[in-house]
Design a protein around this ligand. Structure first.
Ligand code: SF4
Ligand code: SF4
Length: 107
């Protein structure tokens, strides 16, 4: 489980996002995409916690999960699962949500 606890990920405040695409362009792991409203969305299992996107966002609406306001962590829509997760990944997701009190379900 120690391996799983290192997951940090990012939280996106989609209401502030201006759809510029900078985060999507800079992410080395293709872990961000535009959703149906042209707001940035995280593909949870692809993120590798390098935080390039946090630096790149011109309106500072991407947060390292431990630093994200609770309101944004609870809002639906800002992260999704890109595929079916393995049992280990599901455990990591559950642990990450518990550890950082992420109220939103993945899309
Ligand atoms: S933290 Fe890194 S890997 Fe994760 S979404 Fe941001 S740029 Fe992509
Ligand atoms: S860099 Fe920020 S404003 Fe631009 S698309 Fe990503 S989250 Fe939205």
């Amino acid at each position: 489980m120690a391996e799983l606890l290192k997951y940090v990920r990012v939280v996106i405040d989609q209401e502030t996002c201006i759809s510029c695409g900078a985060c999507i362009e800079v992410c080395p792991y293709d872990a961000l995409e535009f959703d149906e409203n042209m707001k940035s969305r995280l593909i949870w299992e692809k993120c590798k916690d390098d935080f390039s996107c946090v630096e790149a966002c011109p309106v500072n609406c991407i947060y390292k999960t431990p630093e994200a306001p609770q309101e944004y962590k609870n809002r639906p829509g800002w992260y999704k699962l890109g595929r079916d997760l393995s049992a280990e990944e599901q455990a990591a997701l559950a642990e990450w949500r518990r550890k950082f009190n992420v109220g939103a379900e993945p899309v």
